[in-house]
Design a protein around this ligand. Sequence first.
Ligand code: OFO
Length: 171
Amino acid sequence: MNAKVEKALNEQIHAEFFSFYLYLSVAAYFTAHHLDGFAHWMRIQAQEEFGHAMKLFDYLAERGGTVELMALDGPQKEWDSPSVAIEAVLNHERHISQRINEIVDLATAQNDHATTVMLHWYVNEQVEEEATADTLFHQVKMVEDSPHGLLMIDRELAGRPAPVATGTEAQ
Ligand code: OFO
């Protein structure tokens, strides 16, 4: 396959695995602060990121490309408050959207239509993920000074169902 696209997809696999790692770190932060619903929600989010990485992993293999896994940096471990932690997630999703858009541009410029079409799934997924993180951020910000409000959101987040698929399917 096109070498530039192959490189960009490998870098995106790395970015998705870093998202997995970062969200797991956010989950650990919430667990340490006894907000188990938030921690549960972030663990599921991390699982989804793992799925996003594996979807690209499988796609590269299917196209005869070479998967090159790279070292992951240690993610941030502490945030000043729950809203700051969720804001970090929102900002990270915006960063991922930007990356996806750039790879779509690259694949299109390289006439790699199969990759452009495959990436449309990620473009749509990013719209949803940014919207979800944005809503959660604003809700947490609204109640941040009220433990009661925070616990209500925590209870709600505890109900997020686990992804149905296992293995390498993206969510
Ligand atoms: Fe949360 O994003 Fe992956 O793609």
